[in-house]
Design a protein around this ligand. Structure first.
Ligand code: FNR
Length: 187
């Protein structure tokens, strides 16, 4: 069966570098893998009161998509040496303690891109900490910190850098194997 991966970018910006990287990954998947992209723009700010009568529609759509996915892929920017609030907000909804926690035992891969040379290292560390609390099965290697990203994309946002293309592909293959390993562990 084809693996169905849900991907999100931790940015709402129209020309987000991180969404461009995610789109590139979706266009160059390994055989047997599909990546669909969910946009976080309609997810409201987390409020536990809103969870009591079921989740808001956009949250329900998001959580259903994560729940049904074989794997969850997060491509995130870094803001002030942390993850963007937009991403933390979405993860808080997903890891609900009132309703279902769709991140529990979910295979996840995290990467990110930045114009700065460190390439979202601090942000990714935070995301992994949050996913650990949620019980996710996070693939730890390869780590992928895409620095100086504007130099690697053309004006249309397409990835031009061959080295990064190769690394993205290797990462998706590792994630593919990781999902198989985690699913074996569940049986
Ligand atoms: C940034 N940026 C940034 N970059 C980084 O590598 N480390 C950082 O700590 C920060 N801090 C930061 C704070 C705030 C409030 C903003 C708006 C930006 C720059 C950031 O990497 C850049 O804006 C990216 O273009 C954001 O990712 P997207 O939207 O292009 O995917």
């Amino acid at each position: 069966d084809k693996k169905n991966i849900l991907g999100i970018a931790g940015s709402l910006r129209q020309d987000s570098f991180n969404r461009n990287i995610l789109r590139e990954m979706a266009q160059h998947t390994p055989d047997g893998m599909d990546i669909s992209i969910f946009n976080l723009k309609h997810i409201p700010l987390f409020n536990a009161d809103l969870e009591e009568n079921g989740d808001p529609e956009a949250v329900e759509d998001f959580k259903d998509a994560v729940k049904e996915a074989d794997g969850f892929l997060i491509v995130t920017p870094e803001y002030s040496h942390g993850m963007p609030g937009v991403l933390k907000n979405a993860l808080d909804w997903a890891a609900s303690v009132t309703n279902i926690n769709v991140l529990d035992q979910k295979p996840v891969y995290v990467l990110g891109a930045s114009p700065a040379p460190l390439g979202t290292a601090f942000s990714q560390a935070q995301v992994k900490q949050t996913l650990a609390a949620a019980g996710s099965f996070v693939l730890q290697q390869p780590e992928l910190y895409i620095g100086k990203v504007p130099n690697k994309l053309d004006d249309a946002g397409n990835l031009q850098d061959e080295r990064t293309q190769t690394k993205l592909h290797e990462a998706l293959e590792a994630f593919d194997n990781w999902i198989d390993t985690m699913n074996r562990g569940k049986q």
